[in-house]
Write a protein that binds this ligand. Sequence first.
Ligand code: UDP
Ligand code: MG
Length: 315
Amino acid sequence: MTTDPLVSIVLPVFNESEGIDNTLAVLSNYVRIRPERYELIFVDDGSQDDTVAKIQAAMAKNSAIRLVRFSRNFGHQLAITAGIRYTTGDAVVVMDADLQDPPSVIPAMLDQWQKGFSVVYGKRRHRSGETWFKKVTATTFYRLLAAMTKVDIPVDTGDFRLMDRQVVDILMTMNETDPYVRGMVSWVGFKQTAVLYDRQERTAGESKYPLRKMLNLAMNGLMSFSTAPLALASWLSGIALGISVLIVAISALLGDLALDTWILSSLFFLGSGGFLILGIIGTYIGRLFNQSRQRPLYIVEATYGFAQAKATPQY
Ligand code: UDP
Ligand code: MG
């Protein structure tokens, strides 16, 4: 039990001009009525609209707001990674800046934290205002990943969560080039629990997760937390063997009837299997290559609103 805790809220933002004023107003109001102390850390992930100017305008009125500005768009997961490195709170909450994750869930998270849970993640009961495509792909993906990994990654859970300082300090030591933050938080362990909530519609603007970014995130999740795709090669070779035995059996039964068709199709089959496996192996090697270059994960161009000592981590 921590008395008078400081809670850091990390909010990645990318071209959120349309909704950011509302988010700033809702959060400022939330912070004002709550008994805990707060710091609001926005990470601007290379916005090209006036998101930064709007946050800076709000900073003039609210000393709890801080801003970390990337030199370009590095992606949601890296914005979270950077944001938590600038926190000083006893507990850290990560949430979207579009209010799809409502701040009204945070008190329930704090309750669980005070009861001794180190991670309290928001689990989506309903998702409003999202396309059926997004819901179906997300639901399928979370279950596929759960089946393919030994790490206990909860299903239907995004990055909206509260973490204890201890967990955040450990996360900060994990320098993953293609981070899948929610998986990393599960991997860390400690006592974790869920708070159920209804995911709201975006208050303004469009999703900043086009299909390309969604696929990227899904691939990062699978490849960071499972090597099962590599084992597909053995499965496919087993199946291919089965099929070739079948072809021999059938051709023996039917005489030589249409055997060349069979040979042709099995050639295609084996060829496609080979390409598939090469693709999977290539993707893992690509990740190894990315990690081995040891480039900074992201570049911070400027920070605003931090005490000098807190502004140090640049990447
Ligand atoms: N975001 C970001 N960088 C990106 C894409 C998104 O920082 O490249 C931010 C975005 O501004 C939002 C959060 O990450 O605060 C989640 O993105 P979004 O709401 O578009 O995702 P969705 O809720 O549609 O999955
Ligand atoms: Mg959103």
